[in-house]
Structures are given as C-alpha cells and as structure tokens.
Ligand binder design. Structure first.
Ligand SMILES: [Zn+2]
Length: 444
C-alpha cells in the first residue's frame, strides 16, 4: 500500500514537474549561457594559445592541461585524465609546382593528408592523370597509371542540401584514393579538397593505406588550384607536376581524454556522457572542429553548478583525444567504462561545428523516439525544432554496445565544410551567440 501511494505521488510529482518547471529551468540555462563569457574565453584560448592540436603534439598536450583546469574551475565534482595511446605524425615541407611549356612554373596550394608517407626533399616529378572515381582508375589500368601522379578531382556535390552528404560523396578520394591508385602503380596522389567552397585553403584529413598495398604520398590541393590543374591538363596533357611533402610518421605515443563529472543525485551509477574531441588538424585552430564541441561540454558543467541544477544521473563532460586519426580516445573511454561495470544511459556528441542550433538527432526508434521527440516542445521557445531520427558521433559510438542512447547535436551545417580541416577553421569564424545557443541546448 505504502509503495502504491509512493508510486502515485511520484507520478503526480513528475507530472507537475513536466507541466511547469522545464521551461523555467531551460530559460535560466539559456540566460546564463548568453550572458557569460567564460566559454568564449576558453574557446579563444584553445584556438589561439594551443592552436593546431594534432594528437601526440605539444599543442594537444597544452589543450589537455587547459581543459582539465577549466573543468575544475567550472566546479565539476571530479576531474581526471584518462590515458590514451595515439599515433604521432608530423607535417614537413610542402610544395607543389606545375611545369608547362607556355605558363612555365605555377605553384599549387597543398597540404599533406594525415598519416601520409612523405617524399624526399626533391620530391616526386612526373606526369599527371586526372580521374573522378575509382572505376576510372581501374578502366585506365596499370598501363596508363603506372609511374604517374593520380589527381582525384571529383567535387563535393553542391546540389546536396545535407552538407554532410555532399562531403560524404567526395571524401573517399581522400581516405582511400592513395591505395586505390597504388594498386595500379601510381607514385603519388593529389586530391581535390573535400569542400563545397571554391577557395585557396587545402583541407587535410586522414588517409588510410590498405594492407599489402604500396604506401604512396597523398596530398590535398585547394579547390581553386584543383580547377587550375585540371585546366592546365586540358591544355597540356603532358605537363609534369613536382610534389614535395616531407611529412613523417613517428612512433605511437600517449595522450589523454579529459573528463569532468557531476555525481548524479538519484542514480549516480548511471552516466550521461557529453563530449567533443580535443584533437584537431595541425594546420588549423580547430574552432568548429572541435574545440567548440569540447567547450560546450565544459559549459554544461559550469551552468549546472552555477544554477544549482542537480542531474539525477551522473553527467560527464568528455574531451576525447584522437578522433581525427584513429579514434583511440573514444574506444579507451568505452573500454574503461566496461571494465568498471558502469551503466551508460546516454551519450551526446557535438562534432558538427558550433553554428546555430537546429536540434538533436537520436539513434532510436518507435516509442523511445516518440518520447524523445515529445521533448521538443520545451525547445520551441528557442527556435530549436529538429528532433529527428539518426544521430551520434564517432567518439561516443563505442558506448552503443553498452546500451547508451546515441545523440548527435545538430547545428546548421551549411558553412561547416568551408572550415573543416583547413586553416579557415578559426576562432574568428565562430559567432558567440550561435556557439552559446548550442551550449545552452546541450545543457538543456
Ligand atoms: Zn570533428
């Protein structure tokens, strides 16, 4: 009987809460986020003082120490570093020159792809074959490809409304192009940057070599210079290209995930993880990708503490290390969770830039999805409306096997790939209000 009354009371109490309190609580979260500069200063520091934080670098280490302190200052109950094995790769000298009879020598703007093997100081000089997909290389065959530099020039499809789909349609040239070309005897690849923007920024990103296939140097070229190279090839099919890229892979090293936790008031043994990745590419500040996502997680902790919000479950802000190259941070976090027998209720990742919030994507179906979608009513007052099926993030994906609901933070991403993995991804390209509307949405 007592239990029944308690259950009824609980039902009433929660009904009362959902009818009244959430709007007020959420408003106070947005008020706090939009009127405080702490997160903005954190973002500026990570972008300007740590800079290009490729995993295994001193810059990444600096960001680890800085965010650890930021989480302590934010008031997290516990803050710790979790050791992660990471690859170490270093960019070298980079130069790319076209030689044609009429135009003479012209420089192209390039950036080595992450984990690429390097060239000698003199580089590779040979003829170029332009292709747009892997079938084209196959059709050309070893007879044409052997000894050449393969130039992948398939643009991102600007007609795609979903910017991630446009990127997804072009990015296999970067991730797999080197091995595909090497199968037919190519000596290097130069890849059009996977961005819809036409500009002078080369966009790097990881390239992956297939086992048993010769590793050949791989570089990205800016989209404007891809257009130029294509034009010159039409004029002078016999032109030669010199690529110098003296990058090198160093032995694996150690780095850290940075974790801050607020202990749950009712179910401390159940966890809700919120995070982004702390590493970035070496050639950029990595403001949108993904210092912004990391700082939004820190900001959630700060806001809860400042406003006295006590989550029922334990909430963690996690800055994952090495998302960009091989995802060891996300896996180390899930492995440790499994070892400790933790229950992972849900996980949210912000890794699509920090533009204006549109909503969230949920990896859920049926009744669970409907229940999550019913929460969208509390967000309408902030013009946040998209509560859709499908979402997550690569760092939180390993938690899925432990039952954690996967949630992706979904900002407007039309500009994201103009910044992504290029020197154009700077603090200046972030807008305070858009960024903090995102922090508040995530905290909410
Ligand atoms: Zn990212």
């Amino acid at each position: 009987m007592t239990r029944f009354i308690a259950a009824c009371f609980l039902l009433l109490f929660s009904a009362g809460l959902t009818a009244q309190e959430p709007e007020k609580v959420l408003s106070s979260i947005f008020d706090e986020a939009l009127s405080d500069q702490t997160a903005w200063k954190h973002l500026e520091y990570i972008c300007k003082n740590a800079g290009g934080r490729i995993c295994g670098s001193p810059a990444a280490e600096k960001a680890v120490q800085y965010t650890r302190e930021a989480l302590i200052k934010a008031g997290a109950d516990t803050v710790w570093l979790q050791i992660v094995s990471v690859p170490a790769w270093q960019r070298g000298k980079e130069k790319c020159t076209i030689s044609t009879p009429a135009a003479g020598k012209e420089e192209l703007t390039i950036a080595a792809l992450g984990m690429s093997v390097g060239t000698t100081e003199k580089g590779i000089t040979t003829g170029v074959l332009e292709v747009h997909d892997f079938d084209e290389i196959k059709a050309l065959g070893a007879g044409r490809v052997k000894g050449k530099i393969v130039f992948f020039n398939r643009p991102a499809d600007n007609k795609q409304i979903n910017s991630f789909a446009a990127y997804g349609g072009a990015v296999n040239q970067r991730t797999a192009g080197a091995s595909e070309a090497a199968k037919y005897g190519a000596v290097a690849v130069i890849v059009r940057s996977a961005t819809p923007a036409l500009d002078d920024f080369p966009h790097t990103g990881v390239t992956r070599y297939e086992d048993g296939i010769a590793k050949i140097p791989a570089v990205a070229v800016s989209t404007l210079d891809a257009e130029l190279l294509s034009k010159r090839l039409k004029e002078y099919p016999e032109l030669t290209l010199n690529i110098v890229s003296t990058c090198q892979t160093l032995p694996d090293t150690w780095s850290y995930n940075v974790i801050g936790e607020i202990r749950g008031s009712e179910k401390p043994g159940e966890y809700f993880t919120v995070g982004g990745h702390l590493d970035s590419w070496d050639i950029c500040e990595g403001a949108h990708d993904d210092a912004g996502g990391c700082v939004q997680a820190i900001e959630m902790i700060r806001i809860y503490k400042k406003l006295g919000i006590k989550p029922k479950r334990s909430v963690r802000a996690v800055m994952f290390m090495n998302e960009e190259i091989s995802g060891t941070g996300g896996r180390a976090y899930a492995d440790e969770a499994k070892k400790n027998g933790e229950i992972h209720y849900a996980a949210l990742e912000s890794d699509r830039g920090v533009m204006s919030p549109r909503g969230f994507g949920f990896d859920a179906d049926g009744e669970k999805l409907s229940k999550l979608q019913s929460l969208s009513k509390y967000f309408l007052q902030f013009n946040i409306r998209d509560f859709d099926k499908g979402g997550g993030g690569s760092d939180i994906a390993p938690l899925k096997a432990m039952g954690a609901l996967q949630i992706g933070y979904m900002p407007d991403t039309q500009r994201y790939f103009s910044y992504h993995h290029s020197a154009n991804d700077t603090f200046e390209e972030v807008n305070f209000r858009e960024f903090q509307m995102g922090s508040a949405s995530i905290a909410s």
